[in-house]
Design a protein around this ligand. Sequence first.
Ligand SMILES: *Cc1c(COP(=O)(O)O)cnc(C)c1O
Ligand code: SF4
Length: 370
Amino acid sequence: MDDWQRLMKGVLRKPEEIARKFGLDVEEVRRIAKVFKIQITPYYAGLIKERGDAMWRQMVPDPAELKEDTGVADPLDEDADSPVPSIVHRYPDRCLFLVSHSCASFCRFCTRKRKVGDPSKIHPRYIEDGLEYIRRHTELRDVIISGGDPLMLSDRRLEAIVKAVRGIPHIEIIRIGTRVPCVLPQRVTEKLVAMLKKYHPLYVNVHFNHPDEITPESSRALNLLADAGIPLGNQTVLLKGVNDDPLVMRRLMQKLLAVRVRPYYIYQADYVSGTEHLRTTVEKGLEVMESLRGWTSGLAVPYYCIDAPGGGGKIPVLPKYLQSITDEQVVLRNYAGELFIYPQVKPKPKRRPRPATAPCYSFDGAPPTP
Ligand SMILES: *Cc1c(COP(=O)(O)O)cnc(C)c1O
Ligand code: SF4
């Protein structure tokens, strides 16, 4: 058994333990635990400084979770794009490959609350089917290994999966999505990164939501990964009372860069049952984005996306920098609110009238089917 597996044995998950540790009503915690899995690593619990702080809100169960049944368990309609249980294939050339039902800590705002921690939903026996699907679908060139958290698998099981994916000729890049460097950084070992670096080009996307999550321990884990030549990206979820504050978010993005992690996405929190108390407005998201662009390194500015309910995918949302656009000119607003005009190139004389609406072509350049 590795050290990190020993650490997982000490994870907080019994309602009695959770109630005692955080001063909650044990009956209430039991009721929540029946609906949404509860689990917190001792390391992450150690980052909580006071009741209701940013780390507390992400992991400690809240009675509000049971009062907020929106009836939406699968907000992104992932099940509809799931040809086999371990695959979500929504975009033309890439797919998610769900290989682990488990996470080190279960986030209260998780989009896949319906699946995480439930071995019947993401089961090892689905992995072979997933590999078979990826082998058959030669249009795929990018596989995102996700879950749950893939780093909850042993090195041996994870390697078997990564190696099998790497062995598929049409797969150009492999990505691993994980929250482990944030919630259980001890799991990132020399042995793990020595294994991963054999399967380049391999990217790792991590998940940090607050600057106080960047600690000496998580920095060590991220440095190990970066030293193995693994490009690191970060995905953040915009959460009320956690990071819905321009200064907090800016600090997070800057601290990520300092540990060689490039901010990739900020997501508007998904519309998922039991998470209303953690959602905030899109206006707040735009305000956060306005506070980044121009005011700090461009490298610190990720895309802000809403993952469209109903399976529309990630849609980027930008503050209104483009104020107007005509054949003559474009009116632009800069980060400080000043207006500028960019003259358009003079249009060539037209031979044919332009279609009223722009034609849309599918990814392979074929004309759309009506
Ligand atoms: C997020 C996501 C991806 C990856 O999207 P990128 O924009 O390429 O990072 C792929 N498939 C699904 C279903 C996703 O939700
Ligand atoms: S680590 Fe990711 S998959 Fe796991 S509970 Fe948190 S958000 Fe959900």
